[in-house]
Design a protein around this ligand. Structure first.
Ligand SMILES: Cc1cc2nc3c(=O)[nH]c(=O)nc-3n(C[C@H](O)[C@H](O)[C@H](O)COP(=O)(O)OP(=O)(O)OC[C@H]3O[C@@H](n4cnc5c(N)ncnc54)[C@H](O)[C@@H]3O)c2cc1C
Length: 417
């Protein structure tokens, strides 16, 4: 009988969050970091995530309308399944939520999906817990079941809704308005500047101009496209009160009365708050957070300097860059090069053999694409305005679903870059 001589994994590289940041980091470490370490069998990569499924989050504005909008098996992908390709002991998935980080003792407490608890001592930690939206329709605020349950309740109410109000003129609010407008109202003909008497009037309430990260001419174009699908934009307006409380957040299908700053009210059969995100960092000591609640991350090295050795953050939970997928993807090779460097040093290699830190630099050029329904869109990439056709081609056709297959499977990270 042969005996298993593989030593039990001792050094846990724990990744919190199973989305763009977490799944990418895990693949990259398993492909390019661990194989280059001495005693590689002594490391184990662990993803802890509140959702066992990764999903193409940007697709939510269209996906929330119907399961027919996207192939569901492409939209949601099982995390444990895509990591079956690695040696058995090198990876472990934990379906659970991080509840307390004890950075001084390098330990993390987790509540598992069956409500039991677990504590893990980590050797390295990557915080990639992202951010939640006010509306539970727009991402994995809980697990995928929670998201689907909310979509089902919303769709039921949508079939009889007579008015919709969306708070927030950022890309999520505008995309959601465009998708719902086209789906319910259709699109005005070539020669009409707006859709007269839409079946369901949709109002976007925005505190400033819409799409603030894009130049005014592009935002203006978006307003014109929105008008063609029955969406009106109310600018320089702010919702001060929502009655009943919890409409749009605790319950996605509740009628609401919204009171604006000027005292006027709006009645909505459906109300969607799309007013930004909150970082999922409630389990982290406030000494490690910035004023806006993100993890205070070294913008060059992606280390969390105040947290002690080998603690890093990436994605929407971290402060190094603005929240966007393309910036996460450009951060992964830098993050993982620095993790590799730190692990080699911890394994006894000397400074001269491991080289310098790799440095991240945020690309701050105007880059954002905003589909408005299934055939139109506005946007810019690397500072250049894009025609509607290109926005459709790159993003509007399937909201990036063409990119997530390679990301979740790890093919995107086949080469060290
Ligand atoms: C509607 C919408 C549309 C968007 N469209 C675009 C776009 O077109 N282009 C673009 O570049 N960006 C877009 N973004 C932003 C983009 O989705 C985010 O930048 C990206 O999802 C961030 O990835 P992340 O890995 O940091 O975390 P997230 O995607 O936020 O995921 C976090 C993961 O961590 C888990 N988690 C949370 N808390 C815990 C915890 N305590 N313990 C364990 N696990 C936890 C969650 O369940 C989730 O799986 C959009 C965002 C939204 C909301």
């Amino acid at each position: 009988m042969s005996q298993d001589t593989t030593p039990a994994p001792q050094k846990k590289i724990v990744i919190l969050g199973g989305s763009y940041g977490g799944v990418s980091t895990a693949h990259y470490i398993l492909k390019h970091v661990v194989p280059n370490l001495p005693e590689k069998a002594s490391y184990q990569v662990i993803i802890v995530s509140a959702s066992s499924q990764a999903m193409c989050r940007p697709a939510c504005p269209r996906a929330l309308i119907s399961d027919d909008m996207f192939q569901q098996e492409k939209l949601f992908v099982s995390i444990p399944k895509v990591f079956e390709q690695y040696p058995r002991d090198s990876f472990h998935f934990i379906h659970g939520t991080a509840t307390e980080l004890d950075h001084t003792n390098q330990a993390i407490s987790i509540t598992l999906s069956d409500r039991s608890t677990e504590n893990i001592d980590f050797f390295a930690l990557i915080i990639a817990t992202g951010a939640s939206t006010h509306s539970p329709l727009l991402g994995l605020n809980g697990d995928d079941e929670f998201l689907r349950t909310n979509w089902i309740a919303f769709r039921k109410a949508l079939s009889t809704a007579k008015s919709i109000v969306i708070a927030g003129g950022g890309p999520t609010g505008i995309e959601t308005a465009g998708e719902l407008g086209e789906f319910i109202n259709g699109r005005a003909g070539w020669f009409s500047s707006k859709l007269e008497n839409p079946k369901v009037p949709i109002t976007v309430v925005s505190t400033s101009k819409i799409l603030p990260d894009l130049r005014p001419a592009i935002a203006q174009k978006a307003e014109e496209y929105l008008a063609k699908v029955g969406v009106t934009v109310m600018k320089n307006a702010r919702i001060m009160a929502i009655e009943p409380q919890g409409a749009g957040t605790d319950s996605v299908a509740t009628k609401a009365t919204l009171t604006l700053e000027n005292g006027n009210t709006l009645d909505a059969d459906l109300y969607i708050p799309a007013t930004g995100t909150r970082p999922n960092t409630g389990f982290i000591h406030e000494a490690l957070l910035t004023a806006d609640g993100r993890v205070d991350t070294n913008a060059s090295t992606l280390r969390v300097d105040k947290a002690g050795p080998r603690v890093y953050a990436v994605g929407d939970a971290a402060s190094y860059a603005r929240p966007a997928v393309h910036l996460i993807l450009s951060a992964i090779p830098v993050l993982c090069a620095n993790i590799k460097r730190d692990l080699l040093l911890a394994a006894g290699k000397d400074e001269s053999s491991v080289g310098e830190d790799r440095v991240f630099k945020e690309d701050t050029r105007e880059t954002q694409m905003v589909p408005i329904g299934k055939s139109k869109g506005v946007g810019a990439a690397m500072g250049y305005q894009l025609p509607s056709f290109l926005v459709w081609l790159i993003k509007g056709r399937d909201y990036w679903l063409w990119t997530t297959g390679g990301l979740w499977s790890g093919k995107q990270w086949a080469k060290e870059s």
